[in-house]
Ligand binder design. Structure first.
Ligand code: SF4
Ligand code: SF4
Length: 378
């Protein structure tokens, strides 16, 4: 990357041209849009589909859209979905089989090439979440056959965060609101609302990103307002988490009383795992048609809050209590994830706080576990 190149920015027409350029290159452009009372991620036909003039209010167990007085397109924090919906889909057919009249069975793998996605508006915390899933699903001896091809073809346009939500704590996790150095991406944008309209500081992060940026109508800028907006956002996070030595903290909590307290509230619904951009567990199921001549194997998201998740043949579920299931989720996410994958499994997006129906707050639970560990015995 040429770090001496002058900084450039797009205006609203330039952003529209970016969406058009990506579509012309054959990408299915996915980005934020308003649907069903939330800002969701869906295919964009044009930049007009972005949530111009919408923000959100989030708190524990709460998510609401709110109107803004400006036309900002990226002035909202995380919604119910993350990019894993597209890279690691909730349901994926793995193979199907048909029995012919002579009784032979033909099995076909589902190996259709996936869409080439361009993700527009990836927050830095979610970019880190993609990196975490890269490590889990492509970083070992085997590349996940569903995730790998989708991820390999994806073009990532980051939108730095200037409007953190009430449940966000990426600043304390070192994952945002600005783009951390060395993050793999193709383009990075920073939106500012100026008297003459929307401005987007734009930087290329890959050769293809540079090619596309060179096609767009840009003008030079010093980038000062964009940088100030991101720095200001870091000071307006709704929450924080003390991330000091979480691995050791979690390892020492096996018998903590706090697990009983949280188990008294947790419904074991699994919402937190569904919305979490790093949770990756799946199960498989077979379905047949009524004749029994056609069968399919599907993979779908699973949750460690599901009773069957820890079912051992002949024994039953190893984690039958809410206490043991919540403890498994938190100690894996913040503790043993380090042993398994070399990083935390939490990027501070706050989704599990907003979408928990009873408002259980991961930052509050960590504070409580830390306080219990520090309390004198007796
Ligand atoms: S912590 Fe909240 S979202 Fe997660 S399983 Fe319990 S009740 Fe559901
Ligand atoms: S644990 Fe919660 S805050 Fe952390 S990445 Fe998952 S959903 Fe986001």
């Amino acid at each position: 990357m040429d770090t001496t190149a002058p900084l450039v920015e797009l205006d609203e027409q330039g952003l529209a041209a970016l969406v058009d350029a990506l579509r012309q290159r054959g990408y299915t452009v996915i980005g934020p849009t308003v649907r069903d009372g939330a800002i969701v991620l869906a295919e964009l036909a044009s930049a007009e589909d972005l949530p111009h003039g919408w923000g959100v209010e989030t708190e524990a167990g709460t998510y609401r859209l709110r109107r803004r007085e400006d036309r900002a397109a990226f002035a909202h924090s995380a919604g119910p979905q993350s990019w894993k919906t597209f890279l690691h889909p909730p349901r994926a057919r793995l193979w199907q089989a048909d029995r012919s009249e002579d009784g032979t069975v033909a099995v076909r793998e589902d190996d259709e090439p996936p869409p080439r996605y361009a993700f527009l508006g990836v927050r830095p915390c979610d970019l880190r979440a993609i990196a975490v899933q890269d490590r889990v699903l492509t970083g070992g001896a085997y590349t996940d056959p569903v995730y790998g091809p989708r991820r390999a073809g994806a073009f990532l346009v980051v939108a730095e965060c200037t409007e953190p939500g009430g449940v966000c704590f990426c600043a304390s996790m070192g994952t945002g609101p600005g783009l951390p150095d060395g993050s793999a991406h193709d383009l990075a944008l920073t939106e500012t609302v100026e008297p003459d309209g929307l401005h987007y500081l734009a930087r290329a992060g890959s050769p293809e990103g540079a090619d596309i940026l060179a096609e767009l109508p840009t003008r030079t800028t010093d980038g000062a307002r964009a940088r100030a907006a991101v720095a200001d956002a870091a000071g307006r996070m709704g929450r924080s988490m003390d991330a000091t030595d979480l691995r050791s903290l979690m390892a020492g909590t096996m018998t903590a009383e706090r697990w009983d307290q949280v188990a008294g509230r947790c419904l074991t619904c699994g919402n937190c795992t569904m919305v979490c951009p790093t949770c990756f567990c799946t199960t498989t199921e077979e379905v047949t048609d009524l004749t029994g001549d056609h069968a399919e194997r599907w993979r779908r998201w699973d949750s460690c809050f599901d009773l069957d998740f820890s079912h051992v043949h002949g024994t039953g579920p190893v984690r039958s209590s809410a206490r043991s299931r919540y403890r498994q989720w938190l100690t894996h996410k913040l503790g043993t994830w380090h042993d398994q994958f070399g990083s935390s499994g939490c990027v501070g997006c706050g989704r599990c706080i907003a979408w928990c129906p009873v408002g259980i707050d991961i930052t509050e639970e960590v504070d409580a576990l830390r306080a219990e560990a520090a309390a004198p015995e007796g």
